[in-house]
Ligand binder design. Sequence first.
Ligand code: PLP
Length: 408
Amino acid sequence: MSSTTQFNYADHFAKGLPPPSASATVDNPTYNFILGHTCPDLVPVEGLVEASARALRKDGPGLAINLHNGGLLGYLPLREFLVLKLGRHRGIDVTVDDILITSGSQPAAMLLNAALLEPGDTVIAENFSYVGMLGDMRMRKVNIVGVPVDEHGMRMDALASALDDLAGRGVTPKYIYTIPTVQNPTGSVMPMERRRRMLEISKERGVPILEDDCYADLVFEGEWEKAIRSLDDSGHVLHMGSFSKNLAPGVRLGYVVAPWEVLSQLLPLKGDIGTSTFGQMVVADFFHNHYEEHLETLRSGLRKKRDTLSAAISEHFGPSVEPNHPRGGIYLWVKFPDGVDTRKPLAAARKEGIGYNPGSDWAVYPADDRRNGNNYIRFCYALPTEDEIWKGIELLAQVFQRELGFPS
Ligand SMILES: Cc1ncc(COP(=O)(O)O)c(C=O)c1O
């Protein structure tokens, strides 16, 4: 029998799978403004080396034991750190039993969706929102109702009328998905007053809130608005966070804060026999010792890059292109004049080594001319160096010029 005979799996796959991946390679253009990378120079390498050594000397033999020191909810010292951090910085008063550690907040979202959503269900989201979440909802054949966002986040008048409209059709959404602090992609931060109003609406209508707080540590200007979860002890708010933005996405750690009624339903769906104890040990040790100091360095480094990107866009694209001025995070949401379709120069930009995400990537309604975001770009400024930001934007303006006759 020939060893080269290939087994054909086509007839063996389960039905209803998502389309297969086109490739296993990672997209890494020279001038990389895509995805949600952080800054290589701001990864606290030496601190993590020390934390690894300390954590392993202290508790390394425990790695021999499945779900060591904390069981299914996650490594206890990391949950203890989160209790402190959530209390101090997000106003959330919880215990270690209210927190489940996951391999990032995308898996946290997928677990919540697996537990809460069925095909045909409805969810509410900001009109432009995190593509990983929208993708998971779409895969689950869920009806996503987008609500407009202004510079203060999701608009509460529009939320109320979307809920009225749905109620008129006998539909109660499963939850309201919101990124209230440094919204992705628009960068808006929801003031406390609006957070209170959203919670009131949630209670009046019996629709819980899923609060995605993954950028909350990256606010580098103004107040630190507390989490919506800080206003609620009645179980209306499911809260999730991540170590991808305040440390590094390669760490692959995130968490859910939820009542036991919900956590106990997530555990049987979390088919990974626990999140990596090794990673949790290192991050717990590092953040117990260096949280404030690391965040200060990270925020000031990111702030500098935000200002560099903003300056480069103004210089090379001119005044008709309007970058927002987010109070934190890793993205600029940039508005081009009406009629400039930022998808068109994408392929030509790639040939020059420039990667960016057109606004439509984040649209709940990509096929609707009035709200598809075709004249926007979301740039991630965290990964490229300042020189790469300047050079990449200069080249991009030349590509736009060639392909669209803009800027003139
Ligand atoms: C709003 C939001 N939520 C969740 C995630 C997922 O992050 P991770 O799984 O790395 O924690 C991202 C990543 O960019 C995001 O922007």
